[in-house]
Design a protein around this ligand. Structure first.
Ligand SMILES: [Zn+2]
Length: 171
């Protein structure tokens, strides 16, 4: 998959995503095979996202490489692949928990998240991501997406090792 920088939960919508994707020229992106100039838009799929108390269905654009035949999803950076809970909510839960503070502010804002999600997120962080973040010299208060993607080819809190790269279109 290819992650594009769309961070803001508050203003996020299908339209924001579509407008962003519409401005991307896929041939500028690099495929996992290392080729550039071989990707073009190729279908969609849907995924669910628990955003601001709503269960949003998001239509995600795919691209396909004409050289190796691989397809990649174009995902906004507020998503953790294979999780319905936005990265920003996960990161805030972790930052609060690490300071020993209540995670209620996040649960109040996003009533789709409950205590069992919180425990699950904290467990996954300790098992898979705490050491990685430390070794990058970063904290839960830093911007983590670009660093995690460039060093580990994973979004922060992504567990499944599906290849993931960062693409920021030139302005
Ligand atoms: Zn390729």
């Amino acid at each position: 998959m290819i992650t594009i920088p769309i961070e803001e939960c508050n203003s996020f919508s299908q339209k924001i995503y579509d407008d962003y994707v519409f401005r991307i020229q896929p041939h500028m992106m690099e495929c996992k095979c290392g080729h550039r100039g071989c990707l073009s838009f190729y279908g969609h799929y849907t995924r669910r996202l628990k955003l601001l108390g709503l269960l949003l269905t998001l239509v995600i654009q795919r691209v396909r490489c004409s050289f190796c035949g691989r397809t990649h999803a174009i995902v906004p950076s507020l998503i953790v692949p294979y999780s319905q809970i936005p990265r920003i909510d996960q990161q805030e839960i972790l930052a609060l928990a690490e300071k020993g503070q209540s995670t209620d502010p996040v649960l109040d804002r996003n009533c789709q998240i409950d205590e069992s999600h919180v425990r699950h997120i904290i467990r996954r962080f300790k098992r898979y991501w705490k050491e990685r973040i430390l070794s990058l010299g970063l904290t839960l208060h830093d911007q983590l997406t670009e660093a995690c993607l460039s060093v580990y080819s994973l979004q922060f809190m992504q567990i499944h090792r599906t290849w993931n790269s960062f693409f920021s279109p030139p302005t």
